[in-house]
Design a binder for this molecule. Structure first.
Ligand code: ATP
Length: 578
């Protein structure tokens, strides 16, 4: 229990102060609530001593009014601060996670699906946001109030106080047992929740394929399975707590009766006045009231702690930027020196060495799946090499701060992703300070100005998730405009024109040539006309650079490149068209 409370406090981060204030107000609210005793005591004392003075009514009413107003004010502040703590601490965490994800190696995303991360940032943190602070204050507030009442009982009558203390201790022991049981199940429930979000995302993202293959029923079954599993785990969690809830109920009822009997017993043997006896009976019920509320909330707190563990797990993943510094490289020459790289056990690069001189164009060619994209991703440090070194201008890519490394690189990916935002902002993504005129100029060069101008809102048209409302070719041209505007010294083009239609391709090719003027270019290309003008062609096969040279040199030699060119058609997944 203590560990769980500590966890919630730690999670509050910079909002710990607010949480403490909220607790203080909850405690004050408990004290104002306890004032009701004084009012009751005045009334009961008057009743048992047959005091008919009207001042009794006014005094007790006055005390009740102070109690009520005090409670309203303190509860108001406590609730406001709980709410602010909940929203602010989770907002901080979400921003922190978003920031951290940028610096986490891409391998993390292999092990943790998008569904998993989405579940953490939305539902998991949503639960924490709505309930954690409130539940913590209810648990601690309820516990403090019941302890305070036990102390009052001990002061009134130590024997009655001892009975109440024993009841509180037994109740806490049963609550602790219940918490331990739910701790194990909370983790499982958390995992099922993530699987559910993952299934829903996959169901929606894969809807086109599902329809095309008529697999609606299969995929409905799979999402149905995830929903049922989530339902079962929630039920399991609730059922596991039922026996402990019963034990807690028994403790509360038995000790309430014991306190009642003890009060009557002490009154009968003359050690307790009737007024004291009656007030103690009422107080004993109130002790367990607060405790019961706190106990019921404790298992919810346990579930929230499991959610916090999941959100914190992102922090346990080592990030790539811890050692990096802001560096402007001396040149944009890229060197691979005996680089090894594997995805898990699968070796993609084996002792690969080559140099890409500054301001030259290098084409990487090779069969599908040879590792061309991977090689480019290693330059941008999406992954770290297993052995060997990659340098830019003589500096190891690991020594750069990630941001300063990326300032030097513009990438046009094979699979273009555009954000749900205006086309203008998508083009400005790598260069937020660019003017509208600069955006238009880049769009014109990337052959996308005409289709953007024809859209109802022109450059302000908001595109769908991932660029969903644009065609493949249009998305690719927008991403080329984005790279043009960024104007970095190194440009990586991963099959940058693969989705562009033939009418636009020549024009775009010329634009790319303009973009790449005076830059260091690495291109993965399948069209001969793109490749043949490169200053250097690297042929990648079976984890090695098997050939290196210009088109004129390689075409003369026997080997994979000459085979590909002579085939002039699809060969091992690599197309060359003239
Ligand atoms: N994130 C990843 N995790 C595990 N394996 C991966 C990952 N990305 C790629 N691979 C595998 O590594 C191999 C090389 O992939 P890569 O995309 O670099 O090849 P490529 O030469 O660019 O292929 P293509 O020409 O078809 O785009 C492939 O077999 C691919 O399945």
């Amino acid at each position: 229990m203590y560990g769980t409370l500590k966890k919630v406090f730690a999670f509050a981060g910079s909002k710990k102060g607010l949480l403490k204030k909220s607790l203080l107000f909850a405690f004050l609210s408990g004290l104002f609530s306890a004032l009701q005793f004084a009012a009751l005591f005045v009334v009961i004392s008057a009743l048992v001593s047959d005091n008919r003075d009207s001042s009794v009514i006014w005094i007790s009413l006055g005390i009740m009014a102070v109690s009520l107003i005090g409670r309203i004010i303190t509860t108001y502040f406590s609730t406001m601060e709980q709410t602010e703590t909940g929203y602010c601490m989770v907002a901080e965490k979400r921003i922190h996670i978003g920031d951290r994800l940028r610096y986490i190696p891409m391998g993390y995303f292999n092990k943790n699906s998008i569904g998993n991360i989405t579940a953490i940032v939305t539902t998991t943190l949503g639960d924490v946001e709505n309930s954690a602070a409130r539940v913590l204050v209810s648990v601690l507030g309820g516990f403090f109030n019941s302890v305070a009442l036990v102390i009052v009982l001990l002061i009134f009558d130590w024997q009655i106080g001892l009975v109440a203390a024993a009841g509180v201790l037994l109740y806490l022991a049963a609550a602790e047992l219940a918490l331990r049981k739910s701790a194990a199940l909370s983790g499982v429930r958390q995992h099922t929740q993530e699987s559910l979000v993952e299934s829903v995302l996959e169901y929606i993202q894969g809807m086109g394929i599902v329809k095309a293959f008529g697999l609606e029923r299969d995929s409905t079954q799979s999402i149905g399975g995830a929903i049922r599993a989530s339902c079962m785990d929630n039920l399991k969690l609730t059922k596991a707590s039922v026996p402990y809830d019963a034990i807690k109920q028994v403790v509360v009822r038995v000790f309430s009766v014991l306190l009642l009997l003890a009060s009557v017993w002490f009154w009968l043997n003359g050690s307790l006045s009737l007024a004291y006896g009656l007030i103690l009976v009422i107080a004993s019920f109130m002790v367990f009231n607060d405790l019961e509320n706190a106990g019921n909330m404790a298992s919810l707190l346990q579930m929230l702690a499991a959610s916090m563990d999941t959100a914190n797990s992102i922090d346990d993943t080592p990030i790539m930027d811890e050692e990096g510094t802001d560096i402007t490289p001396k040149s944009s020459e890229i060197v691979f020196d005996k680089v090894d790289f594997s995805y898990a056990d699968r070796k993609i690069l084996d002792q690969v060495s080559f140099t890409i001189p500054e301001k030259t164009t290098t084409a990487i060619v090779g069969p599908s799946g040879a590792g061309k994209t991977t090689m480019c991703n290693l330059i941008a440090r999406f992954w770290d090499v297993n052995a060997g070194k990659i340098t830019i201008g003589g500096t190891y890519v690991q020594d750069f701060k990630l941001d300063s490394l990326m300032k030097n690189i513009s990438m046009v990916f094979q699979n273009v992703y555009l954000f749900v935002d205006s086309i203008e902002n998508n083009i400005k993504f790598g260069c937020p300070d660019a003017t509208h005129e600069q955006v238009v100029e880049a769009a014109k060069k990337a052959c996308c100005h005409d289709f953007i101008s024809a859209l109802p809102d022109g450059y302000n048209t908001v595109i769908g998730e991932g660029g969903g409302t644009l065609s493949g070719g249009e998305k690719q041209r927008v991403s080329i405009a984005r790279a043009m505007l960024k104007n970095a010294p190194i440009i990586i083009l991963d099959e940058a024109t693969s989705s562009v239609d033939p009418e636009n391709e020549d024009e775009l090719q010329r634009a790319i040539e303009a973009l790449t003027h005076d830059k260091t270019i690495i291109m993965i290309a399948h069209r001969l006309k793109t490749v043949r003008n490169a200053d250097q062609i690297l042929v990648l096969n079976d984890a090695h650079i098997v050939q290196c040279g210009t088109h004129a040199e390689l075409i003369q030699r026997e080997g994979l490149y000459a085979d590909f060119v002579s085939a002039r058609q699809e060969a091992i997944g690599w197309r060359l068209t003239q």
